[in-house]
Design a protein around this ligand. Structure first.
Ligand SMILES: [Zn+2]
Length: 472
């Protein structure tokens, strides 16, 4: 179905009982029994372009392009992950920082709750802490995304989730409802098998599983990851359990590293995080291939870093392939090499130590210039020094960043399976939530539909933004 006359048609004829008269629209659509919704946080379109060059072939999502998604929140043209996830999860625009509540603070019904009420199993999987804003908007409601212990409590109180996998142990050791039991104890009482390593996850035979594999985020390409599952392994473990429900499931998966490293302006680590995201996406697509009622959707929540890509000759993101460590680690190793100089410390030996360290950690690709090293050493803080080093390493791949924050850029949505092609053109992020509901034959409460999107008519204007007035 194509956008026409400035309008995009959505949600028509999703009900199998109301086949369209010939010639007036698409044939009745099959409903999605299962939905796998994958959010690569902060992974903008330019970063995706860079990843394609880094990889050297099409990423698995490429053939499923459906729509450009506008990302502004109710409070800002530049959204945060909380408002962005709320738009996807509830179909309603809210303020930055808010998790599944509207701009007045009223709790909103999420797509995950709709799926649960329709008899489906549900799950959240992330490389961030599981109480992070992106999964939280699907399974909790809080005015402030930083109330993470309350978000964990919401997960257990609502009793909707079958699978919770990610990081963030600390939030489950609290007792926000002051009933004398930590949230973790309450989760175990509710039947969750609590696991903390990849081996325990693989060995668990429990239908309900709470896997918290780190105190902080998991899956960062730094530090000791030996006991942590990968995002693909977590996705696989989640699908194993959700698959048991004949009524289907709704699974949210977040790849967080693409945002984390975007904030750090570390393009090479964004590429590694994108590879981990793609591996998880592949697991989802493999599942869908053998389970035809499965809709697989992937869309970033916003862009992070404002990457500019200007490849020239050998200077393409493929140059990042041999980079072995995040830039921040490279910097600390270089400083250690300087400290190790001891009595042979001299201006010349300092420059050589930095150059040799970075040369090694980039797989022999980058020999920093003397001027570059001097400007790194001249920085006024570690943060600035790492950004300076990063700018030189990014430049070897034809990449430059324009901010360490988020941007207001549109993001691309890719989808595969039943209902995928009912969302097309240029859409608002709130429309994604309503489309997900419609793809499963569900809909949000009436007041939430009126609040969030113009879906009653099945037609959504492409031009003009009904929320423009609130974007001050
Ligand atoms: Zn971010």
């Amino acid at each position: 179905m194509k956008a026409c006359g400035g309008m995009v048609m959505v949600n028509e004829n999703l009900d199998p009982g109301s086949a369209a008269p010939a010639g007036t629209g698409p044939a009745a659509q099959e409903l999605a029994t299962n939905v796998i919704f994958i959010v690569p946080d902060g992974f903008g379109d330019v970063a995706a372009e860079a990843y394609e060059l880094y990889k050297g072939s099409d990423p698995v999502w490429k053939s499923g392009f459906q729509a450009h998604v506008r990302t502004a929140s109710a409070s800002s043209a530049v959204t945060d992950s909380a408002a962005a996830a709320t738009a996807y999860a509830t179909g309603v625009k809210t303020n930055n920082g808010s998790v599944a509540v509207d701009t007045e603070g009223n709790a909103l019904v999420s797509i995950l709750s709709l799926a649960h009420d329709a008899g489906k199993s549900t799950g959240i999987v992330t490389t961030d802490v599981v109480t992070g804003a992106t999964p939280a908007a699907f399974a909790a409601s809080e005015d402030d995304r930083d109330d993470t212990a309350e978000i964990a409590q919401d997960y257990i109180d609502r009793d909707e989730l079958t699978v919770i996998l990610g990081g963030g142990r600390e939030d489950f050791r609290a007792d926000p409802d002051r009933d004398g039991m930590t949230t973790l104890r309450e989760a175990e009482a509710a039947g969750f098998d609590y696991v903390t390593t990849a081996d325990q996850l693989a060995a668990s035979e429990s239908e309900r599983v709470l896997g918290l594999f780190n105190f902080g985020p998991v899956g960062l390409p730094v530090g000791n990851r030996s006991s942590e599952p990968t995002l693909a392994e977590m996705t696989d473990a989640a699908l194993d359990r959700l698959d048991a429900d004949e009524d289907g499931f709704f699974l949210v998966i977040e790849a967080a590293g693409t945002d984390t490293w975007g904030h750090a302006n570390d393009a090479a680590s964004v590429m590694r995080a994108a590879a981990e995201y793609e591996n998880a996406m592949q697991v989802a697509l493999d599942y869908a291939a053998s389970n035809p009622g499965t809709l697989v959707v992937t869309v970033a929540d916003h862009e992070t870093g404002g990457m500019r890509l200007d490849p020239d000759g050998d200077r393409t993101p493929a140059a990042f392939r041999p980079y072995e460590a995040p830039y921040v680690e490279m910097f600390y190793e270089a400083m250690e090499a300087v400290a190790d100089l001891g009595f042979s410390l001299s201006p010349r030996s300092i420059i050589r130590a930095v150059r040799d360290t970075i040369f090694d950690l980039t797989g022999g690709l980058v020999r920093l210039e003397r001027d570059e090293i001097l400007s790194i050493l001249d920085a006024s803080s570690v943060e600035e020094a790492v950004l300076e080093l990063g700018s030189f390493l990014n430049a070897r791949g034809g990449v430059e960043y324009t901010t360490t924050g988020h941007t207001g850029a549109d993001v691309s949505l890719h989808a595969f399976g039943p209902g995928a092609d009912l969302l097309e053109g240029s859409v608002d992020n709130t429309e994604v939530g309503h489309w997900l509901a419609a793809a499963m034959g569900l809909s949000f409460p009436e007041e939430q539909v009126a609040d969030g999107a113009l879906l009653a008519s099945g037609m959504i204007p492409v031009m003009g933004d009904p929320w423009a007035d609130s974007l001050m």
